[in-house]
Design a protein around this ligand. Structure first.
Ligand SMILES: [Cu+2]
Length: 172
């Protein structure tokens, strides 16, 4: 007789347990959704600035090929020209371009912009930030913010340099 009474009781306990379990799961998934929403709306302008240094050389190269930052985070980049060749022959700059900019076409326009230190006015809407054109031993620092995630190419726009002097800023 005892066994007959225990069976329904055990079933009831199982039912309650599974019921409690599914309620718990539902709560957990709600929490996860809330956390994801919070992450998307995080204001990265409160983050400390991302500070980087990059060197350009007589070998027509940068010593870094990528930087990773957060969308909306202030970015500070200092370019150092560590070469010794004269600026007229081996000047360097650091130009950040909007996604989708055709590097070859940009390089061609930059070539014609000697009077503006090889920053082509025709591409002003595609240029997010740029340093001065640097001679040997010179440095320049730029500060900018990229609000949207994506991959942003950077180049040196001195004639003929964009092909070997380029890289990416990855904005997360
Ligand atoms: Cu260069």
């Amino acid at each position: 007789m005892k066994k007959l009474f225990l069976a329904p009781a055990a079933a009831a306990v199982l039912f309650l347990a599974s019921c409690g379990g599914s309620t718990e799961n539902a709560t957990e998934s709600t929490d996860t959704t809330a956390a994801a929403t919070t992450e998307v709306t995080t204001d990265n302008s409160n983050l400390a600035p991302a500070v980087f240094e990059i060197e350009s050389s007589d070998q027509m190269k940068f010593n870094q090929s990528s930087f990773t930052v957060k969308a909306g985070q202030e970015v500070q980049i200092t370019l150092h020209n560590v070469g010794t060749l004269p600026k007229e022959a081996m000047g360097h700059n650091f130009v950040v371009l909007a996604p989708g900019t055709d590097l070859a076409a940009f390089g061609g326009e930059a070539f014609k912009a000697k009077d503006n230190d090889y920053i082509p006015a025709t591409y002003s809407s595609s240029i997010i930030a740029h340093t001065k054109l640097l001679g040997p031993g010179e440095s320049d620092t730029i500060t900018f913010t990229i609000p949207e995630a994506g991959e942003y190419e950077f180049v040196c726009s001195f004639p003929g340099h964009w092909g070997t002097m380029n890289g990416k800023i990855i904005v997360e």
